[in-house]
Design a protein around this ligand. Sequence first.
Ligand code: BES
Ligand code: ZN
Ligand code: ZN
Length: 503
Amino acid sequence: MDIILNSSDSADKSIIKVQLVESLDKILLTSTIELLNSHDFKPKYKATFYSPESRTVYVGTDLENEIENIDPYNIVDYYEIGATVLETLKPFKPTHIYLDSGITTAHSLQLLILGIIQSSWEFDDYLSEKKSLHPTLTLHLSPAMSDLLPESEKSKLLNISEGIILTRSVVNQTPEQLNPTSVQTLIKSELASFKNVQIKFLPFEELEKNHMNGITFVGRASIHEPIVAHIILKPSNTAKKKVCLVGKGLTYDSGGYDIKTGGSMKTMKCDMAGAGTLFGVIKALALMGGLEHTEVHWISAFAENLIDSNAYKSDDIIRTMSGLTVEVVNTDAEGRLTLADTLAYATLQDPDYIIDTATLTGACVRGVSEYYTALMGNNDELANSLLDVFEEENERTVYTPMPEVLRKTIKGTISDLLNLSTSPNAGHLTAGLFLSYFVSQKKFPNKDILGITDPKTYPWVHLDIAGSAYNKKNNQLNVDGATGQSVRSLIKWVQRLDSSCVE
Ligand code: BES
Ligand code: ZN
Ligand code: ZN
């Protein structure tokens, strides 16, 4: 569906109005109070009522907390409100929506609009009858709302929205459609037209040559050879900062020989959501014209964790690019093996920061729920700057420190590391500890050849999005499947870093 953002000073009769209601006492018109009372409307958060007579959708914003709680995400989320508005209106096939008062900040308005747009997009690639409500939906902004959103901000908003839709779309695609071969064509078709974007794919032979055996072992049972995508978004000026964004890109995770059982293989097409998130981030940044002083690298290994006679096995010991050896204890803990090499490869770009995002562990879903992303890392300043942005964007993310006391549980006896902790507890945190080795260049075997003169450990944050990236309606958009959560925060974080370069 196409979206038009329009400024308009009067609401004509075909337009549906949106009215946010925090409490009936605050409504000025007695007739409205009577209407809502007659339908027994209580303005509880996200409660809705559509009146065809007044062509108005009323949305409750009263959070009415049952009990004291300092959860910073327990606030009115305008993105969710926007999605709720559109969901309520879908049966009426709206073509024009009028947004007026009830919102006082530019950011709340942006979130409301984004929520409406995202809810209007539905994944219908495989449906013979397309779901789209109507070819165009026009969002009319009252003069007060228009003042909050200048033209330049409008186009940025639509660009961000396009990025989120790309993420949601690729994560929802079937493993048959989106695999390590086809993803290369898709990346080129989405990004090659931007002059400031460089696209490079490392084929299997090059991965072998670079000793990126974590990736080649995990992906070698598939008919689609694993590859690494390395995309660079060049700034318009000389780069003052360099950021590596690394995303897990398992286009399918069957578990391998430690095969997933009990239905847990279903939905594992989502195991490339880390890469999918970064695809959306890069697309949105490119659409906005890129950055001024910050060079952004998106690095993802795309592979399928499958079974054939050549598949990797438990008991294998893999020598990774970093020089560290890893004993395979479980072939289903494959993401950290591919990330080991992509993170090591990222350090070779000598960035200021490394951020990885991955559907890494089931333990994360159990530990912080399907609503939250778990954030951990080795650098407080980086972690806090990201947490700030996630909170501002209302994208539920919680800091989970990696417990140093558990580090011993991932140490091997005949290898440096194990790909699975000997402890059954806190699997998301021991996975984080495992990754922490690979943002360090200490053990790189061939430093001279690689040009490493001063081996470093890079400031790094890991986001485990196993629950938040893909779930069953337990997300801000109330949809099944890919959520696109964290795309907007990562865009904002990179843009904030870029603006800090000029200060
Ligand atoms: N891709 C999964 C993690 C996952 C779980 C993502 C649920 C999204 C939703 C990962 O590769 C995996 O299989 N992890 C296993 C590891 C275990 C077998 C050692 C897990 O966490 O269950
Ligand atoms: Zn797995
Ligand atoms: Zn996986």
